[in-house]
Design a protein around this ligand. Structure first.
Ligand code: GRF
Length: 213
């Protein structure tokens, strides 16, 4: 059973996709141990509570400085001792010590086709605003392992989504979530939990196709 901790900051629709997939059996061998958020008002924490999953608040603003937050956050994660950490719309930089200690066991979902529209400043709706500004015809989502960079870790999977005429950032965000994020993240978690995906020497190793049962 893969002990999993999910880190969130907002609405938690990706968390919900994971919970629904565990419920309907499209994710097997996984136990969501806890949900961590930096935002006490995150709807994602409500979703966790609705599913009987402990919510933990870890907010940088509750600490005298970022370094003491990083130490406390890393200590808490070590106490939870997950096999997998999932960043599902988590807007806080992961401490380098945590990346080191959980190397190869942290994944992130990003709402674009990395290496496009990613890195510092590219999160949430801003990504889709930049996609529309640039006029690209195809965007999508990427699930990747987390390393010490920002959105630079080994890519696990991507899914393309067409930009439609008249799209707003909101309509595009919803399509990318619905058609890509909420599909890719559960598939990646199930693949890792069942030994189809791993990362070694910075390269994703696929034993079988990610979406195979
Ligand atoms: C998603 O668009 C995700 O790709 C990005 O942040 C957003 C989180 O949405 N990292 P939610 O909290 O899962 O609804």
């Amino acid at each position: 059973m893969l002990k999993t901790v999910v880190c969130v900051s907002g609405g938690g629709t990706n968390l919900q996709a994971i919970l629904d997939a565990v419920e309907d059996g499209s994710i097997t061998n996984v136990k969501i141990e806890a949900v961590i958020s930096n935002n006490a008002g995150a709807k994602a924490l409500q979703r966790a509570e609705n599913n009987g999953i402990p919510g933990i608040l870890m907010a940088p603003k509750d600490y005298p400085d970022r370094e003491s937050f990083n130490v406390a956050f890393t200590e808490e994660m070590c106490r939870l001792a997950p096999d997998l950490i999932v960043l599902a719309g988590f807007l806080v930089k992961i401490p380098e010590e945590m990346v080191r200690r959980f190397d190869g066991r942290i994944i992130n979902i990003h709402p674009s086709l990395i290496p496009s529209f990613c890195g510092v400043g590219y999160y949430g709706l801003k990504v889709h605003e930049k996609v529309l500004e640039r006029g690209v015809k195809v965007t999508g989502a990427t699930v990747h392992f987390v390393n010490e960079g920002m959105d630079e870790g080994p890519i696990i999977a991507q899914k393309a989504v067409t930009v439609e005429e008249g799209d707003t950032p909101e309509s595009l965000q919803h399509r990318v979530m619905e058609q890509a994020e909420w599909v890719l993240l559960p598939q990646a978690i199930d693949a890792i939990a069942n030994g189809r995906i791993s990362v070694q020497d910075g390269k994703v190793r696929c034993v079988r196709r990610m979406e195979e049962a």
